[in-house]
Design a protein around this ligand. Structure first.
Ligand SMILES: *Cc1c(COP(=O)(O)O)cnc(C)c1O
Length: 411
């Protein structure tokens, strides 16, 4: 039997680590392994590595190095931004504005603060997953201390009107503007000044760096209290011995992203557009989720009626294709994605969603493999769907031609 082709289409979940990143991390584990706080030369070399990485991470967002605080990932950076501002500005107000489609690192932190007496407004989105800057304006009150709205969504790829929202927030005066830019950074241009942000979250493992390291951009003068105590690391913003190999690897990944961003965008866009057109035309009752044009270059998210996302995932996996669905298996039951529901999708469509996120390690043949594989999987799964049988009965459009050999239970 021929070896199964491996196609990894889950880059929004995590990316492979770039070989140059692995190489430099290796050096900082085996050779320059000192503690950056140590005075001796091994310590000083580690410190130099961390500070170089700070420059590299800052450069990819148009910031300066001393505005970067390294954390143990995007989740911690989101927590530090929200809790740090909420606790640090308790005397100013107690109101936070966010959106219904944020990552759980944002939503669960806001929910935690609500239990402590903070008020949180969760702004709705339109059918494409877009926040209306006018809604932000209307929600701002004299009590608002923070507005946190993501740059682009991790499930459907919709790019928010972040710069417009930023201007609205700044016109209001006192609220800080935070942005979870984990999916955007390294995939799309991000500039902290153009976006008018005060705080911005990024993560290493979504841009071909290692897991467990991220950063929070903190504009000079922004007031924030730490959430981790134990030393004066990271200018007293985040205690703990620095994850030197991780930070240095993150820096290298950011540098590669900055040098190749235009190529990366062109490469991903071509693959994305081929995948979208190649899947939507042969599969009937299939819909693109997210914005048709304001979307991340690497994101494809489609809902296919009369099939379960999880079933498609398992079948794709057997064909060597790694994707993701809009349902999260929580405590044994399938919860449809809060993002798709906030966009107004009915439960059936949310359950039938499939997210495929491309990356630099993919090529056009990978896309053709998926386009040659998925329609057959959908056809087989639908043969078990009484709803689909009802739907196509008496329908003017001819049903899909069944494949030559049928194995309805071979799922
Ligand atoms: C992945 C992700 C995070 C979490 O980052 P980690 O480094 O995995 O903790 C936060 N927000 C968004 C939008 C993400 O995609």
């Amino acid at each position: 039997m021929a070896e199964t082709r491996r196609v990894y289409l889950d880059h929004a979940a995590t990316t492979p680590v770039h070989p140059e990143v692995v190489k430099i991390m290796d050096y900082y584990m085996l050779e320059a392994f000192g503690n950056p706080s140590s005075i001796h030369s091994l310590g000083r070399e580690a410190r130099k590595g961390v500070e170089e990485a700070r420059e590299q991470v800052a450069a990819l967002m148009g910031a300066t190095a001393n505005e970067i605080v390294f954390t143990a990932g995007g989740t911690e950076a989101d927590n530090l931004a929200i809790q740090g501002v909420a606790y640090g500005r308790r005397d100013v107000g107690n109101h936070i504005i966010t959106s219904a489609i944020e990552h759980h690192a944002i939503l669960h932190t806001c929910q935690h603060l609500e239990k402590e007496g903070y008020k949180v407004t969760y702004l709705p989105v339109d059918k494409h997953g877009m926040v209306d800057p006018d809604d932000v304006k209307k929600a701002l009150t004299p009590q608002t201390i923070l507005v946190t709205i993501m740059a682009a969504n991790n499930e459907v790829g919709t790019i928010q009107p972040s710069a417009v929202i930023g201007r609205v927030v700044k016109e209001h005066g006192q609220a800080y503007y935070h942005m979870d830019a984990v999916q955007t950074y390294g995939n799309w241009p991000v500039n902290v000044n153009d976006l008018h942000v005060d705080l911005l979250t990024v993560s290493s493992h979504k841009i071909y760096g290692p897991k467990g390291v991220g950063a929070l951009y903190l504009r000079k003068g922004v007031k924030l209290v730490p959430i981790v105590f134990g030393g004066s690391h990271e200018r007293k913003r985040r205690a703990g011995t620095e994850n030197v190999p991780g930070i240095v690897g993150f820096g290298k990944a950011a540098e590669i992203a900055r040098e190749t961003l235009d190529q990366r965008i062109a490469h991903n866009t071509a693959l994305r557009d081929r995948l979208i057109s190649g899947l939507l035309s042969p599969i009937d009752y299939a819909h693109l989720n997210g914005h048709p044009t304001q979307r991340l270059p690497n994101n494809v998210n489609i809902s296919i009626e009369f099939v379960e996302g999880e079933s498609m995932l398992l079948n794709l996996d057997m064909k060597g294709i790694a994707a993701s669905s809009g349902s999260a298996c929580t405590s044994g039951s399938l919860e449809p994605s809060h993002v798709l529901l906030a966009m107004g999708l009915p439960h059936e469509l949310a359950h039938g969603s499939l997210r495929m996120t491309v990356g630099t390690d993919n090529n056009m043949e990978d896309m053709e493999h998926v386009i040659a594989t998925l329609p057959d999987i959908v056809r087989r799964l639908r043969q078990m769907s009484p709803l689909y049988a009802d739907k196509i009965k008496g329908h003017a459009a001819a049903p899909l031609t069944p494949a030559g050999e049928e194995h309805p239970h071979d799922v």
